[in-house]
Design a protein around this ligand. Sequence first.
Ligand SMILES: [Zn+2]
Length: 187
Amino acid sequence: MLCVFGEKIFPQRKKKSGFWWNMNVRIGFGQDSHRFLPKGSTKPLILAGVEIPNFPGFDANSDGDVIFHAVTNAISSLTGKPVLGLMADELFKKGIVDSQVYLEHALKDLPPGQIKHLSLSLELKEPKVLPYFESFKQNLSRILGIKKNCVGITAHSGEDLTAFGKGVGAQAHAILTWEDEKEEKHQ
Ligand SMILES: [Zn+2]
């Protein structure tokens, strides 16, 4: 049943390789959340490497970029090598608070292959992030080495049901699609 299902979805792969199951696509999943600092804090709010003006930053050792952290965790879920936590703490001790550095560390752990797509879901009440989506996509596509239209982002307040929706902090979920190089070798 599963094979029939696969052939229906990937008929071109069956034609090219003879075996649709040669495709080695994996899905990484990551989450992160941080609390906002009190209003009036001078720490800047950073999301996907973009500074959002006139809003307090995250209560975190690093810049607390929940988007980069969620993507880093999604990559770690593929590689099995955690970056946030011990490694990020070591980098913080060296004065590195830019979460892009953590994300780049995680990327180095990926075996040869290609990231195909990133889906991001943000939950927060404020600030309104829709005007920054293009900048988020620009940064993420550049760092991940994919096209901008391969980054999808949604944001919502969840009808204020959670602490994120009530404005206490922000949460990000990331789903990363990745394909290894074996597919090319098998053809
Ligand atoms: Zn974090």
